[in-house]
Design a protein around this ligand. Structure first.
Ligand SMILES: [Zn+2]
Length: 457
């Protein structure tokens, strides 16, 4: 029997990464992510998943985003006994985000019950998330790990978030499949560049931005401009930010601007327990750091612990921020205003014309963040309609995913075409565009698998 791959998630969509390899009867699941977004996708977390937990021999995780690890507690609950391989940083991040996800699901469930809404209950609880964490086994980059029946794998740095990796999986025949996870970008702060790869018989490649180029303007310029005007009008900048990756990049830019004396010293508060814990992990993840970050730490300066940045650890301090006068900046979650402490800060300050709301990333269709970014005149927070008088700005170009040009230039590192390239983790539009480009420019065989499609390798 030849090895095979079954695409159980992130097939023609961007969430729910789950790819099941069958290598001589050993079943290896690469990524175990949650489907997120519209209801018909979220249903795939509950019913008809195509996955038999008890049949899976091992799980390999490429990185700690929820759409790559968030389904793990369900798998464990259904009888999967481990092991789960992940990089040390991915494990450290999962220890923060998985229990948090369980806790939020329990809270949502109780809220639905209270409101008398129909509910299927939490997918998993905080306790079940902790149970899943016990199965995690750390694997360093470039370390060979046996998967049984002659198969083995190793991780290569992917440059997407701390701990992110490509999984290079070898069959007993010596042939290999490279699972890209999410592909990062070159020349980004803190992290090493994505590892150049020059050969693989099979490639599974993400395609989120297959049809787009990122804005190439320097985020530091926008940040400097926003902070200057905030100092002038003694206002407050509220930054809705994503806890993993985005917040740390932002702190790095702020440090850089201070070093270059381009911005005045404004008090900056990171008001998100999760972002605070993640920032600690980012500071310690030396295996992932690029040369500049290493050098900085060697000289005794941590760019993520800038003197003017205060990490808010308790609720009392968070509340105290409400009464503080600007100039100041508050970085807080969630990034798309779907929950979190940022909502309190917005309710408190969004009607004040000296406030600036600075978005740091993509705002999904239908999210409150998208409505505000699109110019909503009023917003509803905790049942209260509030007039929007704040200035709304965006920091462009902070994406952690390679864009079309960056994907192609990484592919050009291959000496020889893979026998087959599968595009995953993308919407159909971007996937079609990228697929044609790869065929035209590189002459490769490209397939766009559908959900549950199985292919022999
Ligand atoms: Zn990711």
């Amino acid at each position: 029997m030849p090895p095979s791959i079954t695409f159980l998630g992130a097939a023609q969509t961007v969430t729910g990464s789950r790819h099941l390899l069958d290598i001589e009867g050993r079943k290896v699941l690469v990524d175990c992510g949650l489907f997120q977004g519209p209801r018909e996708l979220r249903e795939r977390n509950r019913h008809d998943t195509g996955l038999e937990a008890r049949e899976v021999d091992s799980v390999v995780l490429t990185h700690a985003h929820m759409d790559h690890i968030g389904y793990l507690p369900v798998l464990v609950k259904q009888g999967f006994k481990g092991p789960v391989y992940a990089s040390p940083a991915t494990i450290a991040l999962a220890r923060i985000s998985l229990p948090d996800s369980g806790r939020i699901q329990e809270e949502d469930y109780r809220y639905d019950l209270k409101k008398g809404r129909e509910t299927e209950g939490p997918l998993y609880t905080e306790a079940e998330a902790y149970a899943a964490l016990k199965l995690l086994r750390p694997v360093h980059y470039f370390q060979d790990v046996e998967l049984g029946n002659g198969a083995q794998f190793r991780f290569l740095p992917a440059g997407h978030i701390l701990g992110s990796a490509f999984a290079e999986i070898y069959f007993a025949s010596g042939e290999r499949i490279l699972m890209s996870g999410d592909l990062g970008r070159p020349n980004r702060p803190i992290l090493k560049d994505p590892t150049p790869v020059d050969y693989a018989e099979y490639l599974v490649l993400e395609s989120t931005y297959g049809d787009r180029l990122h804005d190439k303007s320097d985020p530091a310029d926008t940040l400097a401009e926003v902070l200057e005007s905030t100092v002038r009008n003694r206002g407050c900048v509220i930054v809705p930010s994503f806890a993993i990756g985005r917040t740390q990049e932002l702190l790095w830019y702020i440090h850089q601007l201070h070093e270059e004396r381009r911005i005045p010293r404004v008090p900056i508060y990171v008001d998100s327990p999760m972002a605070t814990s993640v920032t600690d992990v980012y500071s310690k993840g030396t295996e992932d750091h690029d040369a500049e970050m290493r050098e900085s730490l060697r000289q005794g300066t941590n760019p993520l612990e800038e003197g003017t940045v205060r990490l808010v650890r308790d609720r009392a301090m968070s509340k105290a921020l409400n009464d503080m006068r600007g100039p100041m900046m508050v970085i807080s979650g969630s990034g798309m205003l779907t929950g979190g402490r940022v909502l309190h800060h917005l309710r408190n300050r969004i009607s004040d014309p000296t406030t600036t709301v600075l978005f740091t990333g993509y705002q999904a269709e239908g999210s409150p963040g998208r409505r505000l970014k699109d110019g909503a005149e009023t917003m509803r927070f905790f049942g209260e309609e509030v007039e929007v008088r704040a200035e709304i700005r965006s920091l462009e170009g902070l994406s952690a995913h390679a864009d079309q040009g960056e994907i192609l230039s990484w592919l050009r590192g291959f000496r020889e075409a893979p026998r087959q390239t599968f595009l995953v983790h993308g919407e159909p539009g971007p996937q079609e565009v990228l697929s044609s480009l790869i065929k035209q420019e590189l002459g490769w065989e490209v397939a766009i698998p559908s959900w549950k499609e199985q292919r022999d390798l």
